[in-house]
Design a protein around this ligand. Structure first.
Ligand code: FE2
Length: 105
């Protein structure tokens, strides 16, 4: 299950960074939003790689996952406010992936 989340989030970041952000970065009025989003991607990636190497019975596992959840939800909310349909789609997909699954499997 964690693998699924990992793949989903990594794919989301790749698509946005390769296709969506370069377009918005060129425009003065959206450049700042892109920079903020990129920073959030980086934070999410850091947490993901921490979880990836952490043994599932580590007591920090759940707190790190909660931190990741908060960051992703915040990020998704912000992107849903954006007018780009592509961003809306990928965010909705992440939201659908759900957080109630047994992630340690
Ligand atoms: Fe994103």
């Amino acid at each position: 299950m964690f693998k699924e989340l990992y793949t989903e989030l990594t794919l989301h970041a790749e698509v946005e960074e390769d296709i969506v952000y370069p377009f918005f970065e060129e425009k003065q009025e959206t450049r700042e939003i892109v920079e903020e989003s990129l920073q959030e991607h980086e934070e999410i990636e850091t947490l993901l790689s921490e979880l990836k190497v952490m043994p599932p019975d580590d007591e920090e596992w759940m707190s790190t996952l909660s931190e990741l959840k908060e960051k992703v939800e915040h990020h998704v909310e912000e992107e849903e406010e954006s007018s780009s349909p592509q961003r809306g789609r990928s965010s909705a997909k992440i939201r659908r992936s759900g957080w109630e699954r047994p992630w340690k499997q």
